[in-house]
Design a protein around this ligand. Sequence first.
Ligand SMILES: *[C@@H]1O[C@H](CO)[C@@H](O)[C@H](O)[C@H]1NC(C)=O
Ligand SMILES: *[C@@H]1O[C@H](CO)[C@@H](O)[C@H](O)[C@H]1NC(C)=O
Ligand SMILES: *[C@@H]1O[C@H](CO)[C@@H](O)[C@H](O)[C@H]1NC(C)=O
Ligand SMILES: *[C@@H]1O[C@H](CO)[C@@H](O)[C@H](O)[C@H]1NC(C)=O
Length: 338
Amino acid sequence: MDPEKFAKYCLSIVVLISLVVVVNASSLPSSRRSKYEILKQINRNGPYIGLITVYAPEETAFFGNGAFKPNPNHPFVDLSGRRFKIGKVHDKKVIYVRCGIGMVNAAAATQQMVDLFNVAGIVHFGIAGNVNNSMSIGDVSIPKQLADTGLWDWVNPNGTLDSTDVAHLEIETYNVPKGGENLLGSIGYMQEQFFSASGKPNVSQPLFWIHVNQQWLQVASKLERMDNLLERCVNSSLCLPEKPKVVVGLRGATANIFVDNAAYRDYLFNTFHISSNDMESAAVVMTSVSNGFPVIVIRGLSDLAGGQSGQNGIQTFGSLAARNTANVVVQFLKELKT
Ligand SMILES: *[C@@H]1O[C@H](CO)[C@@H](O)[C@H](O)[C@H]1NC(C)=O
Ligand SMILES: *[C@@H]1O[C@H](CO)[C@@H](O)[C@H](O)[C@H]1NC(C)=O
Ligand SMILES: *[C@@H]1O[C@H](CO)[C@@H](O)[C@H](O)[C@H]1NC(C)=O
Ligand SMILES: *[C@@H]1O[C@H](CO)[C@@H](O)[C@H](O)[C@H]1NC(C)=O
């Protein structure tokens, strides 16, 4: 092959390869590509407030409220099996998603929300267990800080817990009758490793209490004084003994555990001074703050987390707690200045 021919040959190979590369890049993930086109269009109309709730009864209550108006052009986009709904609540543009139960779902959906959508912040809401005897079912708690109480050291009866653990639970102190050893030993509550966009890259900080956004909490504190925001009756024949209230600034805990146990409920209250207990909030807050986004948590109390006599109240009062939560979310969005 003469040099000129060889050069032409090489050039055609280069052209062919680049063609293949271009064709591949544009055609291979076509469903994805069209999704990103849609996302682009949606995001051009932002910023939105990201709304993240957990499971079906909360979703039913939120849409039952009637304040959400879907976007007629792009009512939703499906990502990783979750449906992100685009719309408005009053004058606020919102993107809503139901993340699913537990901290993995909560963190994954939150990260998608902040990575893929043009959002200004996250409003997380749902129902929760009430562990504070001065609160009642039907009340709505907007905590100032949350902790992951599900990251454990679990050691033998004579084992040594880590000195950096923030709290200890000796299982044998719960033996009935008292005394003797308990082979389940003891549990130490570990801190999270918090990575943050504003921190040093590649370096995590130990963190137990994570705070919601202070300005948004101030906006929320207006809701404490509003009458008629919360409903009192499940239906015509079943009402709460007292008028429910919105309480801003308490503490909440999150773990991948549905707590329905009086002894553990008391432990959580006495040890961490929390009022609400759920399975997602700390994960949503940690993920939002990690990425530098404002976040607030709105949780309606649906049950006593095991403190009741008889059956857990979530079956009876869950729908009322979810409605009250939705009412507070909608009012918060109304008050929010963007
Ligand atoms: C723990 O230590 C006590 C006292 O030293 C001992 O009697 C007991 O057998 C130990 N328990 C276990 C499970 O090792
Ligand atoms: C990242 O952090 C790890 C753990 O502290 C350390 O071993 C590693 O050298 C760090 N890498 C860089 C590039 O800073
Ligand atoms: C329990 O709830 C009451 C009423 O809202 C509140 O005043 C109190 O501070 C709460 N307790 C704790 C430990 O947060
Ligand atoms: C009201 O709700 C309770 C609890 O779910 C139920 O037992 C009762 O039958 C309901 N009453 C009416 C009139 O719907």
